[in-house]
Design a protein around this ligand. Structure first.
Ligand code: RRO
Length: 304
């Protein structure tokens, strides 16, 4: 029987449209392998740069009423260190996407080259971290800087380049268009939403970094709107990310225009079985509604 869930992102073949979002369990080959074994159609690593980074002091993650607030500060072992970890995953045949960051177009390009040499099937450029100066959302808010970075990376590698955008902009469609014009092969929408919380007895911000990124169910409607806007602005595939916890959430993102969905925070609440439960739920929905393939859902809500 045909696999109704089989789909494609920028030439990458996915057995189902669920993907691990960057930043959650994406540090080691073994943890990525456990996500693949749990049924994810593709995995994205934690963002890595040229040099190791320790990240911010604790507390780096706090739970809120409606999701998680984090300011990890890009802790990572540096891209070279990931070479051994890649060996763990390559044999699975499931697309492995390396999330990378940098402080300049040259640095992005160097990290990209190293990532591709070690076997990345695609790259996701993190230009959208809400709280790391000079390497995150400052790039994703500036179409000229973003253009320069995407062009430089595209010049150096021949694997698909996905650009992950921040919702903290006036017009996400314009930013997505700039990324596409510079050569991006797909867009991920969205990274976390810049946020903070304060403990009222002490009067102190709870995160050591004060500001962080909000993820989880609270940001889902923001993310759906962003996917809807990006889908209208570009021809390349859109990957939805932000608060996806159930198959119903995944279907909603696809109707808005997502060809695949990334799941992150839901793993903290539901465990890794969330990948298979989301995939199974989408499959049952497709069968009930008479769709032959999940691609038929993409962007249907744009018709209204
Ligand atoms: O490491 C982080 O603090 C972090 C990153 Br790089 C990101 O892209 N988004 C986020 O919420 N946290």
């Amino acid at each position: 029987m045909e696999n109704r869930l089989a789909t494609e992102i920028a030439g990458l073949k996915l057995a189902n449209p669920t993907m691990l979002a960057s930043g959650i369990l994406g540090y080691t080959g073994l943890s990525l392998k456990s996500i693949i074994e749990a049924g994810a159609g593709a995995v994205v690593t934690k963002s890595m740069g040229l040099e190791p980074r320790t990240g911010y002091p604790n507390p780096t993650v706090v739970q809120t009423d409606c999701g998680l607030l984090n300011a990890m500060g890009l802790p990572n072992p540096g891209i070279s260190h990931f070479k051994e970890e890649m060996k763990e995953i390559k044999s699975t045949g499931v697309p492995t996407i390396l999330s990378i960051y940098g402080y300049s177009s040259e640095e992005f390009a160097k990290v990209a080259e190293t990532a591709v040499k070690m076997g990345a099937d695609a790259l996701e450029l993190n230009v959208s971290c809400p709280h790391v100066k000079k390497a995150g959302a400052e790039i994703g808010c500036d179409p000229l800087l973003l253009t320069e970075i995407v062009k430089e990376v595209k010049k150096k590698v021949d694997k698909p380049v996905i650009v992950k955008l921040t919702p903290n902009v006036a017009n996400i469609g314009e930013i997505a268009k700039a990324a596409e014009k510079a050569g991006a092969d797909a867009i991920t929408a969205i990274n976390t939403v810049k946020a903070m919380n304060i403990e009222i007895e002490t009067g102190r911000p709870l995160l050591a970094n004060k500001f962080g990124g909000l993820s989880g169910p609270a940001i889902k409607p923001i993310a759906v709107r962003c996917v809807y806007d990006v889908y209208r602005s570009v021809d390349v595939s859109v990957i939805g990310c932000g608060g996806i916890t159930s198959w119903q959430d995944a279907v909603e993102f696809m109707l808005a225009g997502a060809s695949a969905v990334q799941i992150g925070t839901a793993i903290a609440f539901k465990g890794v079985s969330v990948f298979s439960s989301v995939a199974k739920g989408i499959d049952a929905y497709l069968q009930r509604k008479g769709f032959k393939n999940v691609k038929e859902l993409v962007g249907l809500a744009q018709n209204y």
